[in-house]
Design a protein around this ligand. Structure first.
Ligand code: ADP
Length: 164
């Protein structure tokens, strides 16, 4: 199957920043698995199935990219998949401290895999799922930062909340 990379995250929802990382990784690794965390302490706007479904639709064009949900510890999922790399995106120096700690811990838990960081493309550095959700819930237009399918889902889920 070649070299497998796992790209883990909450993806609540998937943004153009995420899909840019995936597209670039798909050109480097043989197989990329975008792994949607089911067990998250975060209060998500979309359920795990919805987050998986949106990511699948957005990434459908990539033949060597697969979207899967994972429960529990990422290290176990990485090992079960036989992955050699854990992919993370870096937006700013502020991401680095936490990501560096996470990479160190994952290396301890799964020594056979390494974390690979891809820097965001410059014009996506300010995009985060949390900011996108906040803007959408306050009635702002997030069409520029997410796929049209995600835009529609956000409008449906959050855009109408204020009027309820
Ligand atoms: P998590 O809850 O694990 O942080 P996210 O879904 O927020 O999950 O992010 C998953 C990964 O994507 C993280 O490595 C994050 O740094 C990266 N990421 C998020 N937004 C961007 C972006 N605009 N450009 C590059 N990487 C990003």
């Amino acid at each position: 199957m070649g070299t497998i990379a796992i790209y883990p995250g909450t993806f609540d929802p998937i943004t153009k920043g995420h899909s840019d990382i995936v597209a670039r990784a798909a050109g480097i690794f043989d197989h990329v698995i975008l792994a949607v965390a089911a067990a998250t302490a975060k209060n998500t706007a979309f359920s795990t199935d919805e987050r998986v479904d949106l990511a699948r639709q957005v990434l459908a064009e990539h033949k060597n990219v697969e979207v899967r949900r994972f429960e529990g510890l990422l290290a176990h999922f990485v090992r079960d998949c036989g992955a050699k790399a854990v992919l993370r995106g870096l937006r700013a120096v502020s991401d680095f401290e936490y990501e560096f700690q996470l990479a160190g811990m994952n290396k301890k838990l799964v020594p056979e895999a390494d974390t690979v960081f891809l820097p965001t493309t410059e014009n996506y550095s300010y995009i985060s799922s949390s900011l996108i959700r906040e803007i959408a819930s306050l009635g702002g237009n997030v069409g520029e930062f997410v796929h049209p399918i995600v835009h529609a889902a956000l409008t449906e889920r959050l855009g109408k909340r204020k009027k309820a």
